[in-house]
Design a protein around this ligand. Structure first.
Ligand SMILES: Cc1cc2nc3c(=O)[nH]c(=O)nc-3n(C[C@H](O)[C@H](O)[C@H](O)COP(=O)(O)OP(=O)(O)OC[C@H]3O[C@@H](n4cnc5c(N)ncnc54)[C@H](O)[C@@H]3O)c2cc1C
Length: 395
């Protein structure tokens, strides 16, 4: 067992780290304050090739390299988790098209997504609730005269309004329940597709999240991504979505740990003693460093697993532990800076707010846990909320 990254991945990490420190970190506070979409950073990330890490060379990328993508997400997130979430959702959109799209869809959409010339978004959540979407989803797509007629509203959609290519979940066969939910590719500018409210969020403020509104929006049949999207989407959430959220959490936690370490080494308190000389501070640093390291190992493990691994739960764990650890690490780090940590003079309060958001993105923490728990118990992963899960052995 080798715990070191390959030379190629170390090189990728170095390149993205240098880029993030030079181009993203200096404006990260500004991105957070303004809540504006960080187009400057996104364009530069595109030039670096970051949007093509999950896409193979025939479609303009350099992958698919899951581990490399997770390494890149950590580095970007250490500078700005908002920018990392934007990269994440566009890349997940590419990965989904790669996994289930037709040859025509791959040829049409992947090259521009891989080069970052066009951004992607994944639209699942709705005002009626995002957690239990296989049961609660209300957006419909009705087949009519050679196209799907899409009606409904999506909310909290990352890259909303900024992206060009939206993977939208809608019910095409309501009688089939969760299996009758399809994925459709909807391009910005399609008549009947407009944007609603932009959310003002506590954290991840540069990850612009908007409502998408579909009113008799006609989508060509050729844009049907998958007739039944539940299983492929669940698979992709485990192989890349949740581990990428975990990688973003590692980035935020690492940034908080580094900021706190720097601070306690130069902050003199009682009788000129540096904070770093206090036992309690040393223990806190050890706790934080251990959580960052353990989180990263979980993320790397998920990134190294084959797509057909018989036990998918490590992918889920990579979206659980690192996010909870990031909450704790950012909180402890903020505490070490005292009231300075609570002010906007330091980035600790941003790290703390961003870490909170990472427990909600994609799936709330409860669902990440209950799905992993059910699989560990040998129970079916999908159960209607409040529904009695069958007992092991079918009794
Ligand atoms: C920064 C950010 C970016 C996002 N980007 C996107 C995006 O690009 N695309 C997208 O589709 N969505 C996106 N979301 C939305 C996110 O996926 C949803 O918020 C999430 O799925 C939860 O849905 P909800 O907020 O409607 O909560 P609800 O479904 O209303 O649930 C509220 C709370 O109830 C609890 N709960 C609900 N059901 C259960 C259950 N079965 N068991 C236990 N507890 C339960 C949980 O605590 C949950 O947080 C984003 C969210 C954030 C914060």
């Amino acid at each position: 067992m080798n715990f070191e990254l390959s030379e190629q991945h170390q090189m990728l990490r170095k390149t993205v780290r240098e880029f993030a420190e030079k181009e993203i970190a200096p404006i990260a506070q500004e991105i957070d304050k303004s809540g504006e979409f960080p187009w400057d950073c996104v364009k530069k990330m595109a030039e670096l090739g970051s949007f093509g890490i999950l896409v193979p060379p025939p479609f303009g990328g350099t992958g698919p390299d899951k581990l490399g993508f997770l390494v890149a997400v950590e580095e970007v997130s250490a500078a700005s988790a908002s920018v990392a979430v934007s990269l994440l959702f566009s890349s997940v959109a590419s990965f989904l098209i790669l996994a289930v799209g037709t040859d025509e869809q791959k040829a049409k959409y992947l090259p521009a997504l891989a080069k970052g010339e066009r951004l992607g978004a994944v639209a699942i959540a709705e005002p009626s609730g995002g957690t239990n979407w296989p049961f609660t989803l209300q957006t419909t797509a009705r087949l009519n005269n050679g196209s799907y007629v899409l009606n409904g509203t999506k909310c909290f959609i990352s890259n909303g309004g900024e992206a060009d290519i939206y993977l939208v979940l809608a019910r095409t066969a309501p009688e089939k329940g969760p299996m009758g939910i399809s994925g459709l590719i909807v391009e910005k500018g399609t008549p009947g597709f407009s944007f609603g409210k932009k959310e003002e969020k506590l954290g991840l403020r540069g990850d612009v999240t908007r409502e998408l509104i579909f009113e008799d929006c006609r989508v060509p049949v050729a844009n049907l991504l998958s007739e039944s999207i539940l299983m492929p989407l669940s698979g992709i959430m485990v192989t890349i979505g949740l581990p990428a959220i975990g990688a973003a959490a590692v980035g935020v936690a690492r940034a908080a740990l580094e900021a706190a370490t720097e601070y306690v080494k130069q902050r003199a308190v009682a009788f000129g003693q540096m904070l770093a000389n206090f036992d309690g501070v040393q223990c806190a640093i050890a706790d934080m460093a251990t959580m960052v390291e353990a989180s990263r190992l979980l993320v790397y493990r998920a990134g190294s697993m084959p797509a057909d691994a018989p036990d998918p739960t490590p992918g889920m764990m990579a979206g659980i532990f690192p996010c909870e650890a990031a909450l704790e690490v950012t909180s402890k780090a903020l505490q070490l800076l005292g009231t300075y940590g609570y002010t906007q003079d330091f980035p600790l309060e941003r790290y703390f707010r961003d870490a909170r958001g990472l427990t909600l993105v994609v799936q709330p923490m409860e669902v990440r846990k209950l799905t992993a728990g059910r699989l560990k118990l040998g129970l079916p992963p999908l159960v209607p909320p409040g529904g009695a899960p069958p007992r092991p052995g079918g009794a």
